[in-house]
Design a protein around this ligand. Sequence first.
Ligand code: ADP
Ligand code: ADP
Length: 231
Amino acid sequence: MPVIEVDKLFKEYKTKNGEKKVALNGVSFDVHEGEVFGLLGPNGAGKTTTIKILSTLLLPTRGSASVLGIDVIRNGEQVRSQINFVYGGEKGVYGRLTAFEYLSYFCVLYRIPRKQQKLLIDELITMVGLEHAEGQQIYTYSKGMIQRLHIARSLINDPKVIFLDEPTIGLDPVGSKMLRELIKSLSKKGITFILTTHYMSEADELCDRIVFLKNGSMSSIGTPKQIKEEC
Ligand code: ADP
Ligand code: ADP
């Protein structure tokens, strides 16, 4: 059974001046366990709308979608306990905390028993390669370090699926490469990733399969190699 099933998703927004804007126009695809799956396309293509619906932050106008066999529309709460997401940086708000303090805070939110917190945080910090900086305040971090910290945070609830919105945007080449390697290593452990990107080169290096979106419609789906041959 696929980890994610998307069937004829359709999303229409009402804009402020009362007009309607079709953001998704019948999008359907499946994602399999441990895949790194990319939503590729230009600005306004519907990438963010798609991952927001799948991660239960937004309801579609029509169509259906399930994550781990659970209906995202009817059982959002249940889906949420099994997934996590990283949507943009939040350096400002947490700048004064150390990485350790930041992760402790989320451990409390996720109700991790006190006695297990330190062990879990140490494990997560090691997993994302921030051992050298765990006691440093986050405002001293590079963008790549912050993004890896967000990934550590997203792992606290042991999710089966993680959603990432433009994960390497604004990162330098070294930071991007580290992040891609982290995502790939976590996917090998069975975590499924769905991410958005503007860049074919990023999708090519990172994704097992891609759907190419344009104006809310799918123009193609396949491996990066197949997509490049079609373009
Ligand atoms: P992408 O992530 O590919 O850039 P989005 O999913 O953010 O695309 O947006 C798809 C389309 O929906 C765009 O035309 C965008 O302007 C429109 N849109 C997104 N969010 C809203 C909203 N809250 N209200 C009105 N229109 C929106
Ligand atoms: P506020 O003081 O308004 O609550 P924050 O503590 O979130 O704001 O920090 C705001 C910004 O100031 C952060 O994004 C960070 O870049 C910077 N900052 C935070 N702490 C320090 C610090 N100790 N020294 C220098 N800059 C800091």
